[in-house]
Design a protein around this ligand. Structure first.
Ligand code: ADP
Ligand code: MG
Length: 263
């Protein structure tokens, strides 16, 4: 923004009060949400939008991306290929769903990131144990079981960044572990944006409401590509080392194009 000579302010949501009855936030043309916390991003975006301030991403896109159940439903609704997934709300149907899907399966918290609290269940005993523990430890007894087919991806997965209508980069995150997040030690290397990766990434972004999003893509054993999830506040410290793409420049230009629309 500084390079582009644009006036901007940085707001740390932990330092401010959003007075819901106050309507004095309208001075901003646009607010780029960069909260890593899902609930902070969600509430900040909703509050700003209600006060007439455009946000990137939109509240709707953040709400969808921040919840893996809603993301999967959006991908399916828009015909974007994604691993087979089921949800269940209690132990018995969860175990039945796991058995029907066939081992291995992956169990994920619907809201979460950085590969935290993922479980790969290789057999019935592991499934029983993890499902029982999840149920016992979930004090609210409220989070659904998100049960997904395990994709035998070859040594890593693909991560792309979509800004507006453009796939800015693709990288490969490789790891000896099945969880490949950079936050979990995954190693990032550059990958060409093939027409297939480009098409799939933009379709996934569009399915969740667009904006600036990062798309996780898994390669199945038959070579087909499946969208795993879409992230609403992309981090790119790994990609910055691996690609020459002007990541922040593309993001800044996109935000400015939205600001111009608003004017
Ligand atoms: N169904 C799956 N099959 C194989 N690997 C998976 C599957 N789901 C997730 N993973 C691995 O776990 C990582 C984290 O899962 P993800 O759904 O992206 O959650 P997070 O929001 O924590 O990044 C993925 O990047 C991928 O390496
Ligand atoms: Mg992910």
């Amino acid at each position: 923004m500084r390079e582009r000579g644009v006036g901007f302010e940085r707001i740390d949501v932990r330092q401010v009060i959003f007075d819901l009855n106050d309507a004095t936030l309208e001075d901003y043309d646009v607010v780029l949400i960069r909260c890593l916390s899902h609930s902070r991003a969600l509430y900040a975006a909703k509050t700003l939008q209600e006060k007439g301030v455009r946000t990137v991403n939109s509240y709707e896109a953040i709400a969808t991306c921040g919840d893996k159940v809603l993301t999967t439903l959006a991908l399916i609704e828009h015909g974007v290929p994604t691993p087979r997934t089921a949800i269940a709300f209690a132990r018995e149907p969860a175990l039945t769903a796991v058995e029907e899907m066939g081992y291995p399966v992956v169990l994920k918290p619907p809201v979460g990131s950085w590969g935290r609290l993922m479980a790969k269940l290789n057999d019935r005993e592991a499934a029983e144990a993890v499902i029982e523990h999840k149920e016992a430890l979930d004090k609210s007894q409220d989070a659904p079981f998100y049960i997904q087919d395990y994709i035998h991806k070859p040594g890593g997965d693909i991560r792309t960044l979509v800004v507006g209508n453009e796939t800015v980069y693709a990288v490969y995150r490789s790891s000896p572990h099945w969880i490949t997040n950079t936050a979990r030690g995954g190693n990032t290397s550059n990958l060409p944006v093939t027409p297939e990766i480009d098409h799939l990434s933009r379709a996934a972004a569009e399915a969740v409401g667009g904006g600036i999003v990062a798309v996780d893509i898994l390669e199945d054993s038959d070579g087909s590509l499946l969208v795993n999830e879409v992230n609403h506040t992309p981090e790119f410290h790994g990609a910055m080392q691996a690609t020459d793409a002007d990541i922040t420049g593309r993001m800044a230009d996109y935000v400015l194009s939205i600001a111009r629309e608003e004017r």
